[in-house]
Design a protein around this ligand. Structure first.
Ligand code: GLU
Length: 322
């Protein structure tokens, strides 16, 4: 995933007044199920709370279910106990999920099945390049599809790459507007199974979203660059893509995304009301100050009732200092 959010987005954003651009009208297409999909690499911080609250409010405003999926398929990055901490934090903040919690690791056999299907269709190839080799051969950091015709064996320490498609994978985002990217992004074959044998995020997220019937994806704008790749996966799997909503990111004093990697402070489950109020305000909603000390459920109910999609800022990054 890119270090800088949205690095190759062409500046073509316009917030279209489409059927979804109006906050007051329900979606023209059914909205059955949204989701929040945290990786258990640490407790939730303010940045991930914004993604949780944003996906919750949009789903609930349109009367949809909200699923929680723990993306636990990258053991080296996981912290013991983090999944449980995240679930307790969500409960403390009044974000109650529908249906059972989904643990992505349980889908690993399914991911293998899909990989075999793609392999049979000759959509995959093996690549043994090191990061060093790729950065030497590429000016923009993109993988130059070097192993495309080498017919390397899929066994051993190799990454599995998906061949790029012919489309431009331009899409409409219900917060960011029209999103178009540089052709270099579309023409890069990307990893679906990592060299270390682990599943790549792109494959896992799309297969799980399809299988769970997720029809609206709401998440941070740092994943905007991944969307064209995910559209390519929906195309090869012959499934309709969900509708997309990419939320602004909270950044710290140094201009970096709040993240577990740069030690953003965990949200405080003992005193949720104020940070919940702040997260709702961060999303451009205007909760009255008098709500700040109310229980989380009261704040959430107010936010669903007064929700305005068009008030969510189109800005990619918003400073948040506590
Ligand atoms: N697991 C991803 C993360 O924590 C989010 C995946 C997604 O929302 O598509 O950044």
């Amino acid at each position: 995933m890119p270090a800088t959010p949205n690095s190759s987005l062409k500046d073509s954003r316009t917030r279209l007044n489409s059927e979804f651009g109006q906050s007051t009208s329900p979606p023209a297409k059914p909205y059955l199920r949204g989701r929040f999909a945290p990786s258990p690499s640490g407790p939730l911080h303010f940045g991930s709370l914004v993604a949780a609250v944003g996906s919750y409010l949009i789903a609930k405003f349109y009367g949809a279910e909200w699923q929680v999926r723990i993306e636990d398929i990258d053991p080296p990055r996981e912290i013991e106990g983090a999944a449980d901490t995240i679930l307790r934090q969500l409960e403390a903040f009044g974000l109650h999920w529908d249906g059972p919690i989904v643990y992505q690791s349980e889908s690993i056999p399914r991911f293998h099945e899909i990989l075999e299907e793609l392999k049979r269709k000759d959509l995959l190839y093996a690549c043994d390049c090191t990061r060093k080799k790729i950065s030497k051969l590429s000016d923009d950091g993109r993988y130059p599809n070097i192993c495309q015709n080498k017919k390397l064996s899929f066994d051993g320490e190799v990454a599995w790459k998906l061949r790029h498609g012919e489309g431009s994978y331009h899409f409409y985002d219900h917060i960011q507007g029209d999103c178009e990217f540089d052709s270099s992004l579309y023409q890069e074959d990307f990893t679906v199974k990592r060299k270390d044998g682990l599943m790549a995020y792109q494959l896992a997220v799309v297969v799980d979203d399809i299988d769970a019937g997720i029809d609206h994806v709401v998440r941070g704008i740092d994943l905007l660059d991944s969307t064209p790749r995910q559209l390519r996966l929906y195309e090869v799997l012959d499934k309709p893509a969900p509708l997309w909503y990419h939320l602004p990111l909270a950044i710290n004093q140094d201009g970096n995304k709040l993240s577990k990697q740069n030690h953003a402070e965990a949200i405080d489950s003992q005193h949720p009301s104020q940070q919940l109020h702040q997260a709702i305000a961060f999303l451009g909603q205007k909760p009255p100050v008098s709500l700040r000390n109310e229980p989380p459920e009261i704040i959430i109910d107010w936010a669903i009732e007064h929700f305005s999609l068009e008030s969510i800022p189109q800005q990619q990054q918003i400073p948040y200092f506590d």
